[in-house]
Design a protein around this ligand. Structure first.
Ligand code: PLP
Length: 222
């Protein structure tokens, strides 16, 4: 067994060990990892992969066309990258500006299903540049919902890292409360993309449905 397949089995078991974790998907974050490493994880059973950098992702996708991978874009999006992202990914987790959402919508090929998107929200206030402010969320979600080539699935967040489990839990809970508020406003959502290598178990206790895990699966990034 390779170390990637061993890590994969350990992570899946650890996800399942958290109560109420039946519907949690593992997104393997493969930024800075080789196409070979992705292939190894795929052979071990992993099919969802997340990438942050467009060109790097396209290069690896070109080497892996024989695999039935579902690609998720999770990094910051510049407007000149929207066309290729809309063409080459099934999901985008990091939508946080209307201009970007509109460009993704306009560029999504009509012969493909709508692009599955999450709104990235900023729960750490000033500390992070990415993600929309919480007081703009409802209006933003309403605008996204009106774009026919995007399918709004839920929320994504990258809370400020902390060694304090209670603080981490509170940050995830805040994301969960934003999600619940949208659902209460009539949005049909099913996705909460929270939790990374160091905190995914806490995220699951707060309702994560997708955990995005890189280093715990592939090892430390170079
Ligand atoms: C890198 C990255 C991850 C994975 O981080 P690890 O700590 O290696 O698990 C998850 N989400 C996003 C948005 C990332 O950029």
């Amino acid at each position: 067994m390779t170390s990637i397949s061993k890590h994969l089995q350990d992570i899946l078991a650890s996800i399942q060990s958290v109560p109420h974790a039946q519907h949690v998907c593992l997104l393997a974050v493969s930024k800075a990892q080789s196409a070979l490493a992705i292939r190894e994880a795929y052979v071990a059973g992993q099919t969802l992969f997340g990438e942050n950098y467009l060109q790097e992702a396209l290069d690896k996708q070109a080497e892996l066309t024989d695999l039935n991978i579902e690609w998720h874009f999770i990094g910051p999006i510049q407007s000149n990258k929207t066309q290729l992202i809309a063409q080459h990914f099934t999901w985008v987790h990091s939508v946080d500006r209307l201009k970007i959402a509109q460009r993704l919508n306009d560029a999504r090929p009509l012969n493909l299903p709508p692009l599955q998107v999450c709104i990235q929200i900023n729960v750490s206030g000033e500390a992070s540049k990415s993600g929309i402010a919480l007081n703009e969320l409802l209006a933003f979600a309403t605008a996204i919902q009106a774009l026919p080539q995007l399918k709004l699935r839920g929320l994504m967040a990258i809370p400020e890292p902390t060694n304090d489990d209670n603080k981490q839990r509170a940050q995830f809970k805040q994301v969960r409360e934003c999600y619940d508020a949208l659902v209460a406003n009539g949005f049909a959502l099913d996705t909460l993309s929270i939790g990374m290598s160091d905190d995914y178990k806490i995220a699951i206790t707060q309702g994560a449905t997708i955990v995005r895990i890189g280093s715990a699966l592939f090892g430390k990034r170079k």
